[in-house]
Structure formats: structure tokens, C-alpha cells
Design a protein around this ligand. Structure first.
Ligand SMILES: [Zn+2]
Ligand SMILES: [Zn+2]
Length: 262
């Protein structure tokens, strides 16, 4: 009697195992169907509504996998780097020593730029170091640079940075520090980097506290003012940059890398 019971139990166990194996195989087959639309999106992320449309043009590719960005490179805020008769010119000469006296926004070459980003950043790849050039476009339309300066180091160039932590040599006007006309110690959208990831201010949304779970790039997963469901995004890391030559009170580096979205 006891032996028969064990045999039946064993049979049932085997039957169940075979049955489960078969059904999981079927599931696996369904999942291996090719899914070409995996990385495609059907409309532009809502955050692009914040960009200065006089400077920035944003287009989604026909297949929804890439986003094309084009900008004049001209910001929609005041600076000493505008020509003195421009309506956005601001005399900051008490705080700022211009890189070159006769340089001004719109008076250089290579100020307009364009780049293509994946509509779905690849967060599983390796990190990639940023370069000494445009690494992103701010909502103002101007270029985002990292914490390095082409001619010598940023510490020495800090005296030429304006209220928005930006300056202009012969090339494009660009930010190295927190651009306070865009985000001033808050959770505002600052721009998009070339790896397709959005960069926000020092504070998190919706808590309005400094995030405490950031990775080396200032990134983490969570809700943003434009995506309540949450997505991976960068923040300006809330760390004062000691730059004695900077003319204004507080300097905070905008983005020092590395990229996480390639
Ligand atoms: Zn620079
Ligand atoms: Zn956040």
C-alpha cells in the first residue's frame, strides 16, 4: 500500500514536471519572436517642449528609433558674450573677463550644430568618457561642455565664465557650470546630452531634495517633471567647484561624465 502510494506520487510528480517543461517551452518560443519595434517610440519625449524653439529643432526619425537635434547655438538669456547692441547683452564686466575682447555670440564659426541620439538610450553598455567639445544641448539652445577646457584648465579660465557658467572663445558659446538662468539649485530640465539622456538641476522631482542615490555621472532612475513613470536621467551633482577666479558666488560643475547611455 505504501509502495503504491509512492509510485503514484512519483508518477504525478513526473507528469507535472513534463507538463510544466512543455508549457515553459511554448512561452519561450513566443518570446523569441523577433520584435523590431523594441527601441522605437511613436512621439517625441514631452521634455522637448521645454526647449527654446527659436534655436532648437527636434525631429523624430520615421522609424522612431532616432532623434535629430539641430541648434543655432544661441541662448535665449542675457550674457556679456552678446554683442553690446544686442537686446540680451548684459554688462557683467565687474565679474567677468571675456576670453577675447571682441568675441561675441553670432560672430564666430561652428556655432550651429546638430546631432543624432537614440530615442531609447542603451543603459546596458559600457560608460563612455566625454570629449572637449559639445556634449549636449541645453534648453536655451546653447552648447553643454564638460569640466575640461581646451586651452589650459578650467580653473584658469573660470574668470571668463558669465553668470550662467558659460563663455565663448572663437567657437561656440558653451556652459561648463550650472546655468542659473535655466536651473538655479532646483529640479528644472537643463538639456539633453549626446547619449540621449536628459540632464536636470541639482534637486530631484517631486521631493525637491538633493538625490542621494546618484551614480558617478549624477544619474539615477526615477520620475521627472516630464515623465511621472520614471526614467534614467542625470542631475547636476550638488558639489561646489572651488574656482577662485570665478567672479560670481557659487560654482557647480554641470556634467563631468562619463556618459551612461551609449
Ligand atoms: Zn570652455
Ligand atoms: Zn532624479
Amino acid at each position: 500500500m505504501k509502495i503504491k502510494f509512492i509510485k503514484i506520487t512519483l508518477f504525478l510528480a513526473m507528469f507535472f514536471t513534463v507538463f510544466v517543461s512543455c508549457s515553459s517551452n511554448e512561452d519561450a518560443e513566443v518570446e523569441t519572436e523577433p520584435d523590431v519595434t523594441d527601441d522605437a517610440i511613436t512621439e517625441l519625449p514631452a521634455a522637448f517642449a521645454a526647449f527654446n524653439s527659436d534655436a532648437v529643432t527636434v525631429t523624430l526619425s520615421d522609424d522612431g528609433t532616432e532623434i535629430y537635434l539641430e541648434t543655432t547655438g544661441y541662448p535665449n538669456h542675457t550674457s556679456i558674450y552678446w554683442e553690446t547692441d544686442h537686446e540680451l547683452y548684459l554688462d557683467e564686466s565687474d565679474y567677468v573677463t571675456k576670453t577675447t575682447e571682441n568675441t561675441y555670440i553670432g560672430g564666430g564659426t561652428g556655432e550651429a550644430s546638430s546631432f543624432t541620439v537614440d530615442s531609447t538610450p542603451n543603459l546596458n553598455g559600457a560608460t563612455v568618457d566625454t570629449e572637449l567639445n559639445t556634449i549636449g544641448i541645453a534648453v536655451s539652445g546653447a552648447a553643454i561642455f564638460n569640466d575640461q577646457e581646451g586651452m589650459g584648465d578650467l580653473d584658469q579660465a573660470a574668470g571668463s565664465l558669465d553668470y550662467n557658467g558659460a563663455h565663448k572663445g572663437p567657437g561656440v558659446y558653451h556652459y561648463h557650470l550650472e546655468p542659473r538662468s535655466i536651473s538655479n539649485d532646483d529640479d528644472e530640465l537643463v538639456g539633453i546630452l549626446m547619449d540621449g539622456i536628459f540632464l536636470y538641476g541639482r534637486k530631484d522631482y517631486p521631493s525637491n531634495d538633493y538625490p542621494t542615490d546618484l551614480d558617478a555621472s549624477g544619474g539615477h532612475f526615477g520620475p521627472t517633471p516630464y515623465n511621472e513613470d520614471g526614467e534614467y536621467h542625470y542631475h547636476i551633482i550638488n558639489e561646489e567647484y572651488n574656482a577662485p577666479l570665478y567672479g560670481y558666488d557659487e560654482a557647480v560643475v554641470l556634467f563631468a561624465g562619463p556618459f551612461q547611455g551609449y
